[in-house]
Design a protein around this ligand. Sequence first.
Ligand code: MOS
Length: 747
Amino acid sequence: MSPEKQPATSRYGSNAGQPLTRRDGILKVTGRATYAADNHPEGLLYAVMAVSRIARGRVRSMNVDAAKAHPGVVEVLTPANRPPLFHDPNEKMPPFGFRVEVLQDDSVRYVNQPIALVIAETLEAATEGAALLDLQYDTEPARVGRETGIRFDPPAVGIGGPPKTAHGDIEAGFSNAAITVEAEVETPPQYHNTMEPHAVVAEWDGDRVVLDMPNQALALSCASYAAFFGIPVENVTIRSPFLGGGFGSKAILNGPQILAILAARMLNRPVKLALTRAQMYGPVGHRGQTWQKLRIGMKSDGTLTALHHRSLSATSAFDDFLEPAANASLPLYASPAILVEHEGMRLDTGTPGPMRAPGEASGSAALEVAIDEAAEACGMDPLAFRLKNYAETEPATGKPFSSKALRTCYEEGAARFGWSRRPLSAGQMRDENGLLVGWGMGTAVFGCPHFPAEARATLRADGTALVETGAADMGQGAWTALAQIAAEALGLDPDHVEFHSGLSTLPDAGIAGGSGHTASAGLALNQAGGDAIAQLSDLAVNDPASPLFGAGNIGLTARNGRLYRRDDESRSESYAEILARSGRSDVVGTAKSNRDPTVAAGHALYSHGAVFAEVKIDPDLGQIRTTRLVGAFAAGRIINPRLVQSQYFGGMIWGISFALHEEAVTDKRTGRIMNADLAEYHVPVNADIPPLEAILVPEDDAIVNPIGVKGVGEIGITGTVGAIANAVWHATGNRIRKFPIRIEDVL
Ligand code: MOS
């Protein structure tokens, strides 16, 4: 593979690095990348889950004898014989703990809950064995939908932050308002539908276990598995070189994988479990449904006086994860009073979890629709309205932003889209074929979390480097961008950097989530590289035979595999020469990194963007098409503009998916999801995606972290959903109250 090399171009912005292609791209497109289920160790057994077909009740009976009598079936794991676990599965495990379903009793709490695990010599035998179990239930009515759910106040400490956040006097804010608008917006349950469903191949050797599984958080998962199985953390090895998508669901533990690992230990043979597509709809998380209510108060000139965002978010009957949707109203618009509230609703569903901008995606969809309505109520252009209420400091806290090039995003996106030609009122534009045309916009925003991370950088005698950290590449390009960061720190061409990742025995790269992986693992690589160069410099400046001897206070720079004196660039020496003369085969740099906590305490840390959408709608048939989408995003330093643009495109496509396609539809009688397959759970295909443009707005951020990198993974979804909904209004005059937007909403 010869990566294309170009200097940073103005198209990508001045703070961008090289647009290298993915290091793992050829392996993936030629089928040589191995995923978890591609592993077939000697003596492998196959596990198949029998899952519940009711949403609530108990398992009255199952015919274990029939299953065990089937040729090839080795064992059936049920609550009756399931070996003990060393951590109570009913107890959550910090920091992202969820209650897991691992056959702890005979209760049924959602459809597709694991009820038994059949293990056999072949996949076919295990599948047949699971069918022969003939599960019988005592069924209770399913609590499905808003009418039947049980409301509750969320715990004070949860994954989405506090249940209530107040800034300023909300009542006074509404009293001071000349105009008030209200919007209620419903978002549906959505499921991860990664290309690669969850899978594990577990192989024990005594009390050590090796797990091939897709995983977004290697070290954290090792610790959790160690706790469940009562073994030291170093006895757990997870190999996760490739993930066929993660979307958040592979960052948390789930019951099916624990059961397969248990079975492997019980039978003392390697066991493989690969979930079916249908089984992805329940035990491995999803995005919970929300019902959101927004109330916006403003003066007649459009100045906000109050912003109230309340979300009722669905979760399971037995756990507390809530989509923290209303938090989307905290960082964006400068209202003197903001009130954000969350309430939970228990339904007979699998527990939701993090999924593609959890909270921000659903919350910003509703917020951006409401902001558009507020602009309309003032007779203002939606962009002018947003600029009028542009926040110079974080509205809910008053903290300064570490950087915020949102104004430039608005300007560049609007110019590229041609926003200034937009008629103010709805229903004004038709195309040459008589289709209704609408233009809408939304603001994109996403926070910049940072996770502790570690890395190792070894400079070798031949002048190349080996760089190691247990990062997760879900397709986002971590292998490539992280290697680039390491190469820069080491003063080497990326071609001379070998990058090892995706393995839990490597230094802990932290969590690949929250769009924080490049910044977190990248900082560790930057510092490990710096440590290696510092050691190498010490060797040179203390060696009288080196042209760099005595350069201590003047300092050296590392570039192209050589160290140079800063004050006299004619004096330099290659890494290989320094190592050879000192008799060293290598130097090993290490780092344990984290962001200084005072940074987040003192500043508001966000990526920003603006998304502009055009839709065309058939006035007779109601068919809705996104025909143009322009996003402009500012996310600090851009390591690899090609990959970042690709991340933005991916996020914007998620946005189209959220706005127009995705929804899990539940049968209210049975609690079953009626479209638990990729034929009927709609995600956009190529024909649904218009030409996309993502403008990379330059932004320097010396505060967010020492490498100035913000997140790019999830922000694309946040502005896009609202932009499309607002474009639909602009085409038709119909306000969107429910996602996905349907034909019947525009007729
Ligand atoms: Mo994500 S939902 O941060 O993988």
